[in-house]
Design a protein around this ligand. Structure first.
Ligand SMILES: [Zn+2]
Length: 347
């Protein structure tokens, strides 16, 4: 009896937090006629070596000091995103061998917006006190200045990320492409932004934003529709349900090995490591067709200057065996200053 209680308690602790509510949110927006299935053009194949700069504005909405999270915290989030979306995360090496061939980089990089909608210089972080002690997902108040939140900056030109105290135990949610422009963007509870090593939460490494921005760029959960495998990606094996915690490898369901370490599952932050080739292609397709205005600006201007002013010259691209690289998969860029970049080319 005591053991049974113990397991119920552990179960409650692990599952009392809601990892992501983007699917529910999409259903809410559908019911309000605020979501239309988007048309996604497929252009990604010709963009394999491109880099895309996406400007983010973080809206910090706080009712007390602990909710008013630090700039450092937000910068750590930005670093996590740039690592995860470019296969530069340290735990990329933890991907099991059976999945390394499909692990991929998107080429999407994020910057803090440097110009605000009025043309003024900005830090890319807004901070606003609110009377609201918490925000409900279904009410959208965090996205409305008139209701204690903050109006989005032009959602076609900026990725808006609202940071606030979400009601219940929800970590975050995002709009999918095709959502009402006045609501478009990502919302994350203030506890789950960036890297918080003092936190005992299993969601303390910034992967909530990595996951939610995946939805923002059109990705479904890998477990969407269970074994029916409707996530629209052949290289993410069908998986019967969402995965919590940090499972041993391998796990199996639906007759295949589960890719529990995919960013679009629900595991602990420390146990998710990868997007697949199909997922990165889908995200680039969405970026180039539904969200292309994000790229039509100079809001990542100084980031581009830094890149362009880099004096290093690319000497060679080689594969892992040192041969000239002219195919797809993992490769290494070697520069004349001795630095290297590890990358993955989409096939
Ligand atoms: Zn999700």
């Amino acid at each position: 009896m005591r053991l049974c209680f113990f397991f119920i308690l552990i179960h409650t602790i692990i599952f009392s937090q809601e990892r992501c509510a983007s699917e529910s949110y999409r259903n809410i927006l559908k019911s309000k006629n605020s979501y239309n299935e988007p048309f996604i053009d497929t252009k990604s194949k010709s963009k394999v070596f491109d880099q895309f700069n996406v400007p983010i504005v973080f809206h910090v909405i706080y009712n007390n000091n602990s909710e008013n999270i630090s700039d450092e915290n937000i910068l750590s989030q930005l670093e996590v995103l740039n690592n995860d979306y470019n296969a530069e995360n340290n735990d990329f090496l933890n991907i099991p061998g059976v999945f390394t061939d499909v692990a991929s980089s998107s080429g999407i990089r994020f910057c803090l917006a440097e110009i605000d909608p009025f043309g003024n210089l900005t830090s890319g972080i807004t901070r606003n006190f609110t009377d609201q002690q918490f925000f409900n997902m279904s009410e959208d108040k965090m996205k409305k200045s008139s209701e204690g939140g903050v109006d989005p900056w032009d959602t076609e030109k900026y990725l808006n990320i609202w940071i606030c105290n979400l009601s219940g135990n929800l970590l975050g949610f995002s709009t999918y492409p095709g959502s009402d422009s006045s609501l478009d963007g990502v919302v994350i509870d203030y506890n789950y932004i960036g890297i918080n090593l003092e936190s005992s939460s299993p969601y303390n490494l910034g992967r909530t934003a990595t996951h939610e921005i995946g939805h923002y760029f059109g990705l479904e959960h890998t477990f969407y529709a269970g074994c029916s495998d409707w996530d629209d990606c052949d290289d993410t094996p069908a998986i019967s349900t969402s995965t919590f915690g940090c499972p041993d490898f391998p796990q199996e369901s639906c007759g295949t090995i589960d890719m529990t370490m995919n960013f679009m599952d629900y595991t602990n932050d420390a146990c998710m490591h990868m997007f697949t080739i199909c997922q990165t292609e889908k995200m680039i397709d969405v970026l180039l067709s539904q969200r292309s205005d994000l790229l039509e600006n100079n809001y990542c201007y100084y980031n581009k200057i830094l890149e362009n002013n880099s004096s290093k010259v690319l000497l060679n691209r080689i594969d892992l065996l040192g041969r000239n690289f002219n195919s797809y998969g993992f490769y290494i860029e070697i520069f004349d200053d001795g630095t290297v970049n590890k990358k993955v080319r989409l096939n």
